[in-house]
Design a protein around this ligand. Sequence first.
Ligand code: TPP
Ligand code: MG
Length: 599
Amino acid sequence: MVIAMRPTNYRQQVYEACRQLVRMTRPAAERRARPQTSEQENKIGNELMAKGSDLLVAALANEGVDRIFGLPGEENLDFLESLRNSTIELVLTRHEQAAAFMAATHGRLTGQPGVCLSTLGPGALNFTTGAAYAHLGAMPMLMITGQKPIKSARQARFQIVDIVGAMRPLTKMTRQIISAASIPTIVRDAFRVAVEERPGPIHLELPEDIAAEAADVGLLPPHPIDRPIASPASLDRAVAMIFQAKHPLIMIGAASNRPRLVEHLSDFVRRTRMPFFNTQMGKGAVTGCSNQYLGTAALSERDYIHDAIDRADLIIAIGHDTVEKPPFRMGEVAGGPKVIHVGYVSATVEQVFHPDAELIGDIGATVTSLADRLTGRLHPDPEILALREHILGHINERAEYDKFPVIPQRLVHDVRIVMPEDGIVCLDNGMYKIWFARNYRTHLANTLLLDNALAAMGAGLPSAITAKLLNPHRRVMAVCGDGGFMMNSQELETAVRLGLDLVVLIVEDSAYGMIRWKQAVDGFSDFGMTFGNPDFVTYAESYRARGHRIAAAAELAPTLEAALEEGGVHVVAVPIDYSENTHVLVNELNRRAPGIEPD
Ligand SMILES: Cc1ncc(C[n+]2csc(CCOP(=O)(O)OP(=O)(O)O)c2C)c(N)n1
Ligand SMILES: [Mg+2]
């Protein structure tokens, strides 16, 4: 970059920022081959020279990036050097998949893209699961990967994989950077696309020679984006449908769970006084209003919450994203409820979801306009609200049962009592996720992070690390199965190295419990699902974390409380009795609606 003085203050600021970032480094090979005087290195005429990697780091800082998760390779060394001279923190991880889960969670919790870094080929391929996690989960993220030089091929095809191609179905945008001068534009566009609804991951590949290439450009200022708002005609139509309905019900879905929406949605529910339920990923999007909360649709049918859904004649589905396992099924029973879809984008048409009306535009503005038209004109529905006690009563059954190994209801109950309202629980994927979705009450937005979209095992611990980095003063707990935990357990070292206060609760059944349960429900023999575990106490200690093993139900809450209180990284292994999966989620619910398969 040849940075000349530009007229505006902004340009001046960018100039100063770049000046700090610019180190006159050339790629290592070139440096070794051709010594230059420092004057030659630093100047062309009277202007400072910067290279592609400086420009990329400066462009990231310009977008507000303050942390990058990653695991570098030799193709990232220029970038790493530029990073070293910047204010951006590098969070070094022990696996690229974990770095991608961490970056995606940053996007999910802040609304701004989380950034992760890897080398070419093998490292970049390790990003793919995280890319899909962010893509299905609508989490803004930027993945930066290295590549061999593109203007020469001194290592032939060693380690070269078409990562841009591999990322195409997993991202909103994937590009190789082919000139340093294009970096400011590409980065600006990447951030625009990543946060634009529906948000998701972007991939940029920075080849080694482009990272070292000099460039002559300035950065671009981020520009504000206005989201379109629903038309007055569509609002009038929706209001008429709501007035016509006898039993309207609000459903809060995954796209409602954007950090910017909390106030709007909570206000909407409070002002309209309608009862609401949420999908798994809509959990926690509404703050307060607990006397209007009916429950979470963790299953697709015949759970207690479906008594309310079946009674409703209108469902206002706010932010439902059909990546989630269906919270209920439309159209299979004639005369089911009408559905109004409120979304940033129109609803995908599915066999089980095909709304009768839509309000398309910024969800916050839409629900505020709706509330303005409805406030004071609706009365609480006694019939649906009467179901509330019955639904929540059943959900709370056996929550304090002291059988050992502990039952899932007790597990959820005990986690809830040690977590304050603003505590954050980050789930991995396994059978306990259904129990947490169904039974764990959330009072604040984004306090139960679960993935009901890709539903990937291995994200629990990495997502908890990001949650803690972003919220150093709040309690954070990862809840993982013994299968999922071992998929990214190496990140215990990252958590210890970062000095985090984190509790990792491992639900131990020595099996891929959820699939084992499905296998049994489907009438198959018990086969291929059980394994042995390390001793989690000594395993934790080998990472210089603290390890605990629960030996009685009564120990669980006090152990968790003491671990959270003490600080540092703690691993708590709790044996689980999963027979409740069949007792409750099959037998008990089956008696309510015989003949329907669990789902
Ligand atoms: C990466 C990945 N591999 C496989 C699966 C399929 N799967 C879903 S849940 C599950 C079992 C999880 O086992 P564990 O983590 O021990 O939790 P548990 O169900 O036993 O509580 C499996 C194999 C998945 N969702 N993600
Ligand atoms: Mg298990």
